[in-house]
Design a protein around this ligand. Structure first.
Ligand code: BGC
Length: 769
């Protein structure tokens, strides 16, 4: 961009307010209600200008990057990360913005570019600002210099909804400062298959927890009660079922019963709609034969009409095109556009081949102009609510990015997200004076801690695990060495593994950091979007590395940096300690060291079940009673680590459960309480979990379902009573005719430290009609 255009932008920033104030056009009058402004503006728009508001394009820098990376455009056919428009070129895109033919962009990653695009939009006839979207999933990770929080699977492992809301609020602040006003987040997919590479992006396997986390994130992004002027649009995605693909592969078909859909996959979307989520993105996949992007039942009948969804739908990357190219449910693009718009779609992600066919469809009368007006109204309303008509520009330099407050929140979230899976007593490491610590493993000294949807960030903004450990070890008089056993997981070499084994012999303690690498632009990723596996053990030669280190006879601490459940039964049986760090973000290295050395008592709990192996998929805690009646003949049946599980350096005991009533009628609430005691010598935080198992009825019920949780702080010796208010609806289920309501009978109320039977206290509650 030239210095001339920057001067123009600055002038526009200064004068845009003045121009707006002087003009008499009602839609530019900030004193009028948004509703009046939208109506006025729509009246002034041509049909083409209206449809243009429904069109999104990737940003200019994104196009340049794609052009450099993919000289052969055919390689881009099924690509979900890169976009390019060969017929238009960058000049063509710029021209379209100037003529008001583009309403939105995605993946604009600098304030300079955002301002430039907005300045082009200001040249258009009606000066409608652009709305810019980005995948800010756990921090605004695609923008250089942003604060990166733990990926959603880590965030959910904190079981701390207020903290999740806080990280989302700070993400929104960093986004607005760099020119984006729309986060394609939260991901509300309920994780059901450990092979699927996107589990790290989810809040785990439980619909209630996913709903709570999703709502918290929406509140943080948009505002507590609807969209704030300085908030960003949230986007609930992906509607629906993509996390349960038939073969574990992203985009593969899903075949899900109405019951599983209603009980498991849809509740988080219902919660999001109730919270006023502004946008929703359908999923790549087909569901029971109908692609989600053309699913009128889901988009229009259920969410729009029955649940009252008032915001707008955005298609996922190229998924309207895929109705033709993959699903074969439309003969050509025009038919695909007709199907999706009739099903409820409001905006196309991304590029050409939407405006023209839709224009033709309206001109031929197949789609009415009122239908277009409805979409455009929703989109423009967002632009008004966000104040973009008053000022679409942002300062070139942001003071908010990676500020102290955001850094602290990232560290707090990382601390609380870490789950201690095993400890034979070696942790926290102590009596270290004069000791030698060896740190090794592919994830020990790189930015894999950032997870998917983050680019590599400047080195001074990320603390690796090795750096974190070395710093803490030094304070305790221990020496740390790092051995690089190969950082590209899929290219590990046996000779380096041997050498690591030799180094281990010289050390007293070994910390080996293994797992997955889902960093967005990494060449050889092992997890993340479109990186699925049919084996959920450690990829590459990581298992061999751990075994080689273990052979040294020294104590081995395994730190996992990953975003999905891993099947590691050998490691569980053989090493001294296992720390599940997930993808802990900018301060991951420090947070891990704080846990390993005992500055922080671990308190995270799993939000996804770890199966013994891939053959035991699907594995989730809220299964039906008959699921494990038979046993596998070739390996142990049951979970390696259960939902809700996580160790601490102290230990807690639970009293029996007290119910405020032993019998209730439909419509009555009651209270279930329990006393939790910290019996150890260290202060800690415990996540107390409430599960319910429904009554006997003609429909089998899950063995237990999460209905509540609290994170409580307890000093050594301290006791606290935790009270759960159980509302009538927490006892409801879908009966055999799929009616939602109460089926009276005996309910089991369970409270404890995890979903494992052995960790739960139980009481029976009688429920009458
Ligand atoms: C993903 C979405 C994402 C979009 C834009 C798609 O491939 O499925 O989750 O928001 O790309 O980056």
């Amino acid at each position: 961009m030239s210095s001339r255009s920057i001067v123009i932008i600055s002038c526009l920033i200064l004068f845009s307010g003045v121009v707006n104030a002087q003009t008499k056009l009602p839609y530019l009058d900030r004193n009028l209600p948004d509703e009046t402004r939208v109506t006025d503006l729509i009246k002034r728009m041509t049909l083409e200008e209206k449809i243009a508001q429904m069109c999104q394009y990737v940003g200019i820098e994104h196009i340049k990057k794609t052009e450099k990376k993919y000289r052969d455009k055919n390689q881009l056919k099924n690509n979900d990360t890169y976009g390019v428009y060969p017929k238009l070129g960058i000049a063509g895109v710029e021209k379209m913005v100037e003529t008001g033919l583009i309403g939105s962009f995605l993946h604009v990653v600098t304030a300079t570019e955002a301002n430039y695009l907005q300045s082009l939009a200001q040249k258009s006839r009606l000066k409608i600002p652009l709305i810019i979207g980005i995948d800010a999933i756990h921090g605004n990770g695609l923008v250089e210099g942003s604060t990166i929080y733990p990926s959603p699977i880590g965030l959910s492992s904190t079981w701390d909804t207020l903290l999740v809301k806080k990280t989302a609020r700070y993400t929104a602040i960093e986004m607005r400062e760099t020119g984006s006003q729309w986060a394609f987040s939260p991901n509300l997919d309920v994780a059901r298959d450990a092979r699927w590479g996107r589990i790290g992006e989810t809040f785990g396997e439980d619909p209630f927890l996913v709903s709570m986390m999703g709502v918290s994130m929406i509140k943080g992004l948009q505002g507590e009660n609807g969209l704030m002027r300085n908030g960003v649009l949230a986007c609930a995605k992906h509607l629906v079922g993509g996390s349960q693909p038939v073969n574990g592969l992203n985009k593969a078909p899903t075949d899900i019963s109405e019951r599983t859909l209603q009980e498991i996959h849809l509740p988080p979307f219902k919660a999001a709609v109730n919270q006023g989520v502004y946008t929703i993105m359908p999923a790549h996949n087909e569901i029971n034969g109908i692609p989600c992007h053309a699913n009128q039942y889901l988009m229009e009948e259920l969410l729009r009409k029955k649940w009252n969804f008032e915001g707008f739908y955005i298609s996922d990357f190229m998924d309207i095109e895929r109705l033709v190219e993959i699903h074969g449910t439309a003969a050509d693009q025009k038919q695909a556009v007709a199907l999706t718009v009739k099903a409820g779609m409001d905006m196309h992600m991304h590029g050409p081949n939407f405006l023209e066919p839709l224009l033709e469809l309206v001109k031929s009368g197949e789609i009415s102009e009122e239908r277009i007006d409805a979409s455009v109204k929703r989109i423009l309303m967002a632009k008004f609510k966000l104040g973009l008509f008053e000022n679409p520009f942002v300062p070139e330099k942001s003071a908010a990015l990676f500020n102290q407050t955001h850094q602290q929140a990232a560290l707090e979230a990382a601390h609380k997200s870490i789950v201690l899976l095993k400890n034979d007593g070696i942790l926290p490491l102590n009596a270290l004076k004069g000791k030698k610590i060896l740190v090794t493993g592919p994830n020990a000294n790189n930015q894999s801690v950032l997870g998917d949807w983050s680019l590599k960030q400047p080195d001074d903004k990320v603390l690796t695990v090795y750096q974190g450990i070395a710093k803490e070890a030094e304070l305790r008089g221990a020496a740390t060495t790092y051995f690089d056993a190969g950082q590209s997981i899929l290219e590990m070499q046996p000779d380096l593994i041997k050498q690591a084994g030799e180094k281990a012999k010289e050390a007293d303690i070994i910390v080996v950091v293994v797992g997955d690498n889902s960093l967005r632009f990494e060449a050889k990723r092992t997890a993340g979007e479109n990186v699925d596996r049919d084996n959920i053990g450690l990829p590459g030669l990581q298992q061999q590395l751990v075994e080689e280190l273990h052979k040294s006879g020294k104590q081995v601490v395994v730190v996992l940096v990953n975003g999905r459940p891993l099947s590691i039964p050998w490691i569980d049986e053989n090493v001294s300690a296992i720390v599940e760090a997930w993808e802990p973000g900018s301060f991951g290295g420090k947070a891990i060291a704080d846990v390993v050395f005992g500055n922080v008592n671990p308190s995270g709990k799993l939000t996804v079940t770890f199966p013994q192996n891939a053959g035991q998929i699907a594995s989730y805690y809220n299964h039906k009673p008959s699921q494990y009646i038979n046993k596998y003949i070739d390996s142990k049946t049951g979970f390696l680590y259960s939902f809700g599980y996580g160790l601490s350096y102290t230990n807690y005991s639970y009293s029996d459960i007290k119910l405020s009533k032993t019998q209730v009628k439909d419509g009555e609430s009651f209270e279930a309480s329990i006393e939790v005691t910290n019996n150890g010598k260290l202060a800690g935080e415990e996540v107390v979990q409430l599960y319910i198992n429904g009554s006997t009825s003609e429909v089998s019920k899950p063995v237990k379902e999460l209905k509540g949780f609290y994170r409580v702080k307890l000093s050594p010796g301290e006791k606290k009573t935790v009270k759960f208010k159980v509302s009538p609806e927490m006892l409801y289920n879908y009966d055999k005719n799929m009616n939602y309501g109460l089926e009276p009978g005996d309910f089991k109320i369970m409270i404890g430290s995890s979903s494992r039977e052995s960790d739960l206290k139980v009481q029976t509650l009688k429920v009458n009609k």
